[in-house]
Design a protein around this ligand. Structure first.
Ligand SMILES: C[S@@+](CC[C@H](N)C(=O)[O-])C[C@H]1O[C@@H](n2cnc3c(N)ncnc32)[C@H](O)[C@@H]1O
Length: 191
């Protein structure tokens, strides 16, 4: 009996090991591309999503969802949100998030799509999370400004949303302390 248990344990540990190894490989390789994958720390996910004021019927999207951690967080902590979507350009990361979705208790409200954000339609979503490089934020904001419905919110931890978007929305900056340092979170609400 103990023998079978040990084999079972080794298989599980093997699977976990392979998962983390693949994840590290994806992270390292992505650092050399124009779309690096750097997962956001849990504390900053929690603080940033708090500023989205998520409520019943909201439709959430994480643009550049990586392994889906933000989407899983929102689906778990905000059960009143209608759906939580993750858009990801990388095939491997999209597959990883789809795989993890299989084990989620909230899978019926979670969707992952492998797509380039610049070819997506965001007219249905009203709560948007972006943790992307400054250049990508700058390119994406005009798309969001045009497509999102009035009252929609965009939150961008660490990377600035340009002041020019004050014309079409309310822009605010919140500061949180993380590991002894001040971190800025940018929030834009479309007028
Ligand atoms: C910094 S990671 C953020 C991952 C996740 N949102 C998080 O906070 O942990 C940025 C992600 O955006 C993806 N990405 C970059 N450009 C994209 C684009 N044009 N369309 C979709 N995804 C993109 C990258 O592949 C990467 O996984």
């Amino acid at each position: 009996m103990l023998y079978y248990f040990l084999i079972f344990l080794m298989i599980i540990i093997g699977f976990i090991g392979v998962f983390f190894l693949l994840r590290s490989i994806v992270i390292i390789f992505s650092l050399f591309t124009s779309a690096p994958y750097v997962p956001l720390e849990k504390y900053l996910i929690k603080e940033s999503t708090r500023f989205l004021s998520l409520k019943r019927g909201d439709r959430f999207v994480d643009i550049g969802s990586g392994d889906g951690r933000v989407v899983f967080w929102v689906a778990k902590n905000y059960p009143e949100v209608e759906y939580c979507k993750g858009i990801e350009i990388s095939l491997l990361l999209n597959l990883a998030s789809r795989f993890l979705r299989l084990f989620s208790c909230n899978k019926e409200r979670i969707v992952f799509e492998r797509r380039n954000a610049f070819k997506c339609d965001f007219r249905k979503e009203n709560k948007v999370f972006i943790y992307l490089l400054k250049d990508t934020v700058d390119k994406l904001m005009p798309v969001l400004e045009k497509q999102l419905p009035s009252g929609a919110k965009v939150v961008s931890p660490l990377f600035t949303i340009d002041q020019k978007y004050e014309k079409s929305g309310d822009l605010s900056v919140k500061e949180v302390i993380f590991r002894g340092k001040i971190r800025k979170i940018y929030i834009w609400t479309k007028k």
